[in-house]
Every structure is written in C-alpha cells, then in structure tokens.
Design a protein around this ligand. Structure first.
Ligand code: ADE
Length: 253
C-alpha cells in the first residue's frame, strides 16, 4: 500500500492520468492512494498569487515560497513522514532502479513546478530529492509526476495480473525486453518465430534471453556495457551477433 500526495496547480490532470489502466485498478483495489493538493488554496490575498517575476530579470515566472510552504505543511501533517520529491529537469535521471526504491516507500510527496521553476530556497529547505524523467524540458512537473505514479503504482503487490510480469520487464535485469507475439501465427509473409510454438519452455526462455541481449546490443550498448552477463549470456549474445552480422553485411557493428 502506497500513499502518494501531489502538490500541483493542475490536480485534475494528475487525477485523470491515474484513473485508468493498471494504476486506476491499483487505486480501486486500495493498493495505491492518491491525494492532490493545490498550492493556490494556500496563497494569500484576493489574487491568490502563486508566482512572481524572477529577481535579476529574465523570462517566465517563479513559483512563490509561501503558498508552497503552507501547502507542504498541510500535506506533511496529513499522514506519516515522507520524502518530498521535486520533479525538474535538474534532478537525477529516473531509472527502474529508482522506481523500485520509491515503490517500496509507504508514502511519497511529489512536488510539481510550473513556469520557470520554484524559488530555490524552498527547494533547499523542503525538498529531499530532485528527479528528472529525461533530458528534455516539459512545461511543468505534472507529466513527470504522472510518470512516477504510473511506474511505482504498477509495482505495488497485486497491481499486475501476473506477479512475474514486473520481473520480466525491460530494465529489471538491466536489459531491454524481448519481442512478443500473439495470434495469428502467420500474418501475410510474417510468421511467428517457430520456437515460441514449440512448447519447449527451456528453448523459449533461451530464445527470449538471446533476443533481450541482442536487442540491447543493437539499441542500447550503454546498458549492455553495465549489465552483468553470465558465460551462457555471452554465448547467446555471440550467437545472436553472428546471425545478425550474417544478415546485415554492414560496417560499424
Ligand atoms: N519538469 C519539466 N521538465 C521536466 C523533466 N524533464 N523531468 C521532470 N520534471 C520536469
């Protein structure tokens, strides 16, 4: 059971992103609870300001300390202590390893920025961890928060139909996933790889492992370099490489 609190100027967006599919079902089953908080409800004055122009000039607006601090205080008080995670392009890059770690916490507090960002003093005093979902800039942290909620939500016990499907995911062992096929057995010229129809479970597992290794070699050599491979893996990969190079007589690989 994981409780996620999200501070956002767009609570409906977070709600909608997390209403359907695996994460929606996890919420219905009580495996994940989601609570949105709007800093605008904690702002002062008639205008309910949440942002101001940056000191030193420049484009865009910066989110004010005060509404965020008041909102965070209310969030903290609502349940047990939890890390405050600020979604921003300046954070450490989200990986499946970090997702696994976050998924084990009883509670997470996600802070979404808008505009050019948040006053640095709020980040320095209130934020425990800054996370980026990739090297590109979004117009706010909401999409990134929705990504985190999805990735941690599906790892809650009972969220997936098969407990194994999370273990078999891409990245769980540092490799990309193998290809998947379903009916029909033949689609035009394209037949499903024969081994998958053989009923030989060891041969199927071997083929899948080889495809994972081969795809990671082709598409993400950076991951392959960091993966710990057994002797059997190395043999499977060498075999894949021989076959692939036989089919694609091109330089570079
Ligand atoms: N907010 C804006 N861009 C972001 C990114 N790449 N990751 C996380 N939060 C963000």
């Amino acid at each position: 059971m994981l409780r996620v609190d999200v501070l956002t100027l767009f609570p409906e967006f977070i709600e909608q992103c997390s209403a359907t599919g695996v994460v929606g079902r996890a919420r219905e089953r009580g495996l994940l609870s989601l609570h949105c908080w709007n800093p605008r409800d904690y702002s002062q004055g008639n205008y309910r300001r949440v942002d101001e122009r940056p000191f030193g000039g420049g484009p865009g607006m910066v989110m004010l300390i005060e509404p965020l601090r008041a909102c965070l205080a209310a969030v903290r008080e609502a349940a047990e202590p939890a890390p405050v995670i600020y979604l921003s392009p300046q954070g450490e890059r989200l990986t499946q390893r970090i997702v696994r770690e976050l998924a084990q916490a009883p509670r997470l507090i996600l802070l979404c920025g808008r505009y050019e960002g948040i006053d640095e003093r709020l980040i320095a005093t209130q934020v425990d961890r800054e996370i980026s979902i990739g090297d590109y800039v979004l117009s706010g942290g909401e999409l990134a928060a929705a990504v985190v909620i999805d990735a941690v939500g599906r790892l809650q016990d009972g969220a997936l139909h098969h407990a194994d499907s999370a273990i078999q995911d891409s990245f769980e062992d540092g490799l990309l996933d193998c290809p998947h096929y379903t009916r029909p057995e033949v689609d035009g010229e394209d037949a499903v790889p024969e081994v998958l129809l053989s009923g030989d479970h060891r041969a199927i597992a071997r083929w899948r492992r080889q495809q994972s290794l081969g795809r990671t070699w082709l598409r993400r050599p950076d991951l392959l370099a960091r993966a710990s491979l057994s002797d059997a893996d190395r043999a499977l990969l060498a075999d894949f490489q021989r076959q692939w190079l036989g089919r694609h007589r091109i330089a570079g690989k």
